[in-house]
Unconditional design. Sequence first.
Length: 135
Amino acid sequence: MKRLAAVALVVVICGTFLSPCSGWTRDPLPVEPDENSRIDEQYDHEARLFLFLYSLKGNGEVDYITGRKVEEHVRSSYGNPVYYTQPYPLFYWWNHTMWNDPEQDGVNGDEKVYQENIDFDVTRYKPCTFNGQPC
């Protein structure tokens, strides 16, 4: 009887610690898409982040965003801005979750959830319309 109780206790303990929790069932962050799915680029002057906006589904709706830290920005001889960024993003927005990658080493599993249930507000960067068309 004591042996049966010990086995039951081990099963309960293992079931408690090995059962998946809600944090484990979250979808993993996909790798940064290629340039073909990029639909826009924005520079955030406050945060000094260069943002790449992607449409993974290809329908023109933004559903994946990366934010690279800008080290320096200058003007070209033609007056256009040139941004020097880190090779990998510091932030990712995907599936209503903002991820942080302080190592800036690309998506490899060491990214941390920074904030959940968040939507990226693109109107912060393009709030206006011109002749009824988005700017």
